[in-house]
Design a protein around this ligand. Sequence first.
Ligand SMILES: Cc1cc2nc3c(=O)[nH]c(=O)nc-3n(C[C@H](O)[C@H](O)[C@H](O)COP(=O)(O)O)c2cc1C
Length: 403
Amino acid sequence: MPHRRDFLKFLAASPLLTEFSAFAQEVEATIGERLTNPSEVINVFEMEAIAREKIPPAHFGYLATGVDGDITLRANRAGFTRFQIRPRRLVDVSQPDLSVNVLGAEARSPIFLCPVGSHGAFHPEAERGVARAAAAKGHHMILSTQSSTPIEAVVAARGAPIWFQLYPTDRWEYTVAMLQRAEAAGSTAVCLTIDLPAGRNTETSQVLTRQDTRTCSNCHTGQAKPIFEGLNMRGVGLNDPSLTWNVIARMKEVTDMKVLIKGIEVGADAALAVQNGADGIVVSNHGGRAIESDRGTIECLPEIANAVNGRIPIIIDGGFRRGSDVYKALAMGASAVGIGRPYIWGLGAFGQAGVERVLDLLNRELLITMQGSGTPTIDSIGPDYVLDAGYRVPRGRLGRELF
Ligand SMILES: Cc1cc2nc3c(=O)[nH]c(=O)nc-3n(C[C@H](O)[C@H](O)[C@H](O)COP(=O)(O)O)c2cc1C
């Protein structure tokens, strides 16, 4: 594949590599040529490197991108270095249990699969492969509005209820139609994403699209995503900039699904979500893909957990790449943690088997952290197990910051 090699050479010579490496661990760029079996992959950073070799450059750019200079994206990783674990000793951890139940969603792990649009851009198995992996490993899945696969097929592949992520359109009757279809398909909750009211500036995506020489119109046919079947999407926006907090009550009038608000970053908004009847919140900056120069989500969590005060479950996502990252969020008040890019790296690298490997790796790291810290169950991981050092610990070699 000569164009792939050229692309990797371009990356190696480019400041972009420094950008990627600034929030990942150092992995040799062509590792995928040697690691051909998912079981050989030892962490999610290696999976990213393999995915980068296999996914077309423009699609990898869509996956990797943050906004503007990718500062929020890197803040998500850097934030974890502020918090350190305080392990306790001589606790019986012989019967560890990672299972959770969040708003009725039972899972064998607190690591949830976040909504990510267009899985078909990363592997032909797409959302079906991801759902089968989630079923095999017992993980809860949230499906994007922008899914390449009809929701009914995803629920069938998962074999259990999923949650639906909603981008409200600017036509309320279309929003209602999507909600009703998702509910009929077997979704038990809806996550309303509220952090993109006015578009975004995804520069890294644009830079990598320039490197892609394929003819996009071969695949991008302009067809609407499956959830919009039967709706005329001409001129319909995928976001409604006029939304305010009463949207929760309006949604509850037309659906019995639980309503979660995705994209909360400050305590005052978390309190408003509770006041306005949300059943749960997702602390998220859209994986650094919405606003530039936000805090890392883990740094937002203390004020949000304080504002919520246990009244509704908190899910958090953004930059979770290690079991220890997950552990910290659980200790700081999250009921579950979402991952976005890591499972897509698995999908792009090896299809369903790659997603399963990513979940195995993260679960194993979390299990080791739990047992090593004297906390055999998710409920036993409390605030005493993490300390906010108040500063970020730089990590890396030769003066480069790596996380
Ligand atoms: C390629 C890509 C597509 C995404 N699509 C959606 C989406 O359709 N709806 C949504 O609410 N969030 C979407 N997100 C955000 C994720 O749900 C999640 O908040 C984020 O990826 C978590 O950060 P992480 O990728 O660092 O784990 C997307 C993220 C990525 C990387």
